[in-house]
Design a protein around this ligand. Sequence first.
Ligand code: C2E
Ligand code: MG
Ligand code: MG
Length: 599
Amino acid sequence: MNAVNVEAGDTLHGAPEREQGDEMQSLRDALVMMVDDEPLNIEVTQVHLEEAGYTRFVSTDDPLQALELIAARRPDVLLLDLMMPGMSGFEILERMAATNVLQDVPTIVLTSSTDPRTKLKALELGATDFLAKPVDSSELVLRLRNTLAAKAYRDRLANYDLLTALPNRHTFMGKLGWALSHAVRYGHKGAVLHVGLDDFKKINEALGPSLGDAMLQQIARRLEQCVRLTDTVGRLDIHRQQPTLSRISGDEFTILLPEVRAGEDAGLAAERVLAQIAEPIHLLEHEVRVTCSIGITVIPDDADEADTVLRNAGTAMHYAKACGKNAARFYSSELNARALQKFGLETQLRRALEREELMLYYQPKVHIASGRIVGAEALVRWQHPERGLVMPGDFVLLAEETGLITPLGEYVLRAACRQSAQWRAAGYEVPRISVNVSSHQFRQSAIVAVMESALRDAGSRVEDLTLELTEGTLMENTDQNVQTLQRLKAIGAKLSMDDFGTGYSSLSYLSRLPLDEIKIDRSFVMQVVNPGDRCAIITAIIAMAHSLELSVVAEGIETEAQLAFLAANGCDEYQGYLKSKPIPADDFASRFLAVDNVA
Ligand code: C2E
Ligand code: MG
Ligand code: MG
């Protein structure tokens, strides 16, 4: 008696690779497995099922071989006899439940017992349904169809994204693993494209969730088309694996190209995606434009484990975003080193905020004509437990990129307000404190509320505060900026444009902003070597600022010659190493603050 029986029409790699087609058809494509110690029962059941259109079967009359066969063939459904010598159906169920793979095979138990306890026990062990022996053919077909339909639905939920009907991350990872081992074994290359939509959150907020969903669906269809076009290259080879497009999170998609001739193929595919996505999208009466950033990684060159591949592609995608978005970038190991470093720094900076490792240094602002200290600029420092004092140049940009600038900026604002109140309480004549506000922080309208709360909590006065915004920040989004500035101004904050001269803002634009002060960037001051030097741009900036009734501060004065030049040209105030480097608050008080006699 043959113990293992594999029917024709059953291809070896068939089951896991099959795609979902017409539902009835796909049910009949299901691989049905039968385990029964009576070969005749197997034969009869199979005949019934063949009449109903099923074609793919695998069976055994030796229960001891059942588990091995299930594991090797992964049937879509199992018809299992309960009463068998050697190993009972119960025992098989028990062992199936104990292994991850087998527990997902829906199992219909065949039993001649009418005892409800038998049925209950089988159910508890994971059986899906029962059939009474001897088997009635129409009941068999019905039970089988229901079980397979339920499995198909469950598979769809587990493996596909419901919104776009694309394979999900789980499916993608499975295919990627397969493609990796294939590429290693046959020595060819593949590629993964990680596609992230640019600023999708903003668009989604503006459109509302249902239009946002509709947009994602349209994008999915476009990507599908790109993938189809890519796949026409080299399609003559029928053994070639097909590309997979999946949606792995809200606004992120991946494209797996299991076989590419060279990395350039992946680059071309990425270009096609960039162009397709950038086309306007029509949603009801809206015309929306969105771009994407793409990270590309070549397999198995860059990595041979699925998790690492996906992480690398993600790193390259973030790099493409950082390079200005709407672009594709290849992964490289240097990129990884930078990402790791950045990640390390990011977690450390997060901790630094919690543990209050950040502190403010203060640099005096000097009134040129009188020599009096009229202000102090607060400059953030990070007292790192191992690296010592870390300068803002090493972490402010990172904070901007990671969004940590919001808590960092709030921390700085609160600390500066507290300092001002403390100095006042200690009886000092308190100079205005200048606080740098990053563009990210400024764009959030919450800046006004944050400032008010910082002042209130510290018990300090708004007249004691100047906010410094860089020229770059103020040039970004003009109308909204003017409004935010006006609100800050209305509360009484003094506003300063930092690093002036680096951003090419026009006089007419400048005149629209409710500013109090501009700070000439250090790069211009550096050009002055002798007091008699001509530095036309500084002279022009001072004249222009005065015509707009703005006070002018020169940054980075290191020499007497520079100071003399600025004094001769009517500059109002200066900051620089000539007077003092930024120093801790206590040093600042003892060196520069006078006790207020009135107080
Ligand atoms: P900034 O606001 O233009 O600050 C002036 C920078 O020039 C400071 O560098 C200061 O130490 C330096 N400096 C002052 N006088 C001289 C001089 O005579 N010679 C030279 N060579 N340099 C001088 P620092 O403290 O490293 O800060 C760099 C930048 O980091 C700041 O430029 C500012 O844009 C940013 N930053 C500092 N603190 C904060 C903060 O709390 N929040 C935000 N968002 N940005 C900050
Ligand atoms: Mg500044
Ligand atoms: Mg500056």
